[in-house]
Design a protein around this ligand. Structure first.
Ligand SMILES: Nc1ncnc2c1ncn2[C@@H]1O[C@H](COP(=O)(O)OP(=O)(O)OP(=O)(O)O)[C@@H](O)[C@H]1O
Length: 292
């Protein structure tokens, strides 16, 4: 994908599906992409164009187009099975798209070599519903592991073996999520909310420039889920990062985003600034799509 004049338009250089749905190398039309911060068009931090993904011939994503302005929190909503997680994974090629283009942080993600892709992924912090921490290691050791994403070569640091500077940075990340006093606690002794905070601290160790979050509040009780979302958005705001977050909780979608994208039938079917959205409207979107 290449940028066009003014950085408000993109043209796809990767394969795009033709009208019969098969993939051929074509020059896709130059589409305007919306990346608005307030009323100003800016260079998107993420631009997705004509993204498709099929599993065993079944189309899940059927031409997803959107662009995000930097420094914003965007919620991605949709019915169960609508393809939200698949879309998130396609953005960093944890799932390979079938066709279409992704431009993120100035990189044409589809064109990256395996090595360049690894380096690129280090710039993108991902928070999952399941935190995937090493349970028998301390919170500090788990956070230290986050530094490995941005360093080359194999490293199996623990809190005892990591260089002092890395340990200090990990402690600072734990302090930012409010867990400095639990640094030496084994992760399997922590609550679900504390574990998610450790996972966020580990992600901060990557020094991410963009954050993807796939239902970070889903396994937590309502109060803890809210606290985790508050924490995540606070960090994003403090660091001026961009966030794309999936949440099934409508109250979180409304409270913790600047913009809402709704996925339905494999496309973006809803796109509105959060202040213009209401719980009733979002509920109707969910109900309609769940019934479709
Ligand atoms: N690796 C895979 N192989 C085959 N089918 C898959 C694969 N991953 C996802 N799917 C299917 O793709 C569809 C979309 O799944 P996805 O997890 O992206 O949806 P979702 O909107 O995130 O759902 P939920 O809200 O329930 O988490 C589902 O029908 C799912 O079964």
């Amino acid at each position: 994908m290449t940028w066009c004049a003014g950085c408000t338009r993109t043209s796809a250089s990767r394969n795009s599906p033709n009208s019969s749905g098969s993939e051929t190398a074509v020059n896709a039309p130059v589409l305007p992409v919306r990346a608005e911060a307030g009323s100003t068009l800016v260079e998107p931090v993420l631009a997705v164009q004509g993204l498709t993904k099929a599993f065993a011939g079944t189309g899940i994503l059927r031409g997803v187009d959107f662009a995000l302005a930097p420094g914003q929190s965007t919620a991605l909503i949709g019915a169960n099975g609508s393809g939200k997680s698949t879309l998130l994974r396609c953005l960093v090629r944890l799932v390979e798209p079938t066709s279409g283009g992704v431009l993120m942080l100035g990189q044409d993600v589809g064109a990256l070599s395996p090595r360049a892709l690894r380096r690129f992924r280090a710039r993108v912090g991902i928070v999952w519903q399941k935190h995937n921490l090493v349970p028998r290691l301390s919170a500090l050791s788990n956070v230290i592991h986050g530094a490995q994403a941005r360093m080359s070569g194999p490293r199996v640091w623990t809190q005892a073996l990591a260089p002092a500077q890395v340990r200090a940075e990990a402690m600072a990340c734990l302090a930012r999520v409010g867990l400095a006093d639990r640094a030496l606690a084994r992760v399997d002794s922590l609550s679900g909310g504390q574990s998610q905070r450790v996972a966020i601290a580990r992600m901060l160790m990557q020094r991410p420039e963009f954050i993807l979050a796939d239902e970070p509040d889903a396994s937590l009780d309502p109060q803890t889920g809210q606290e985790v979302m508050e924490l995540l958005l606070g960090l994003v705001r403090q660091d001026g990062l961009s966030l794309l977050v999936i949440s099934h909780r409508l109250e979180h979608t409304l409270a913790f985003s600047d913009r809402i994208l709704g996925l339905a039938q494999g496309r973006i079917a809803l796109d509105m600034p959060t202040p213009a959205a209401s719980a009733g409207e979002l509920r109707r979107f969910f109900d309609h799509e769940a019934a479709a």
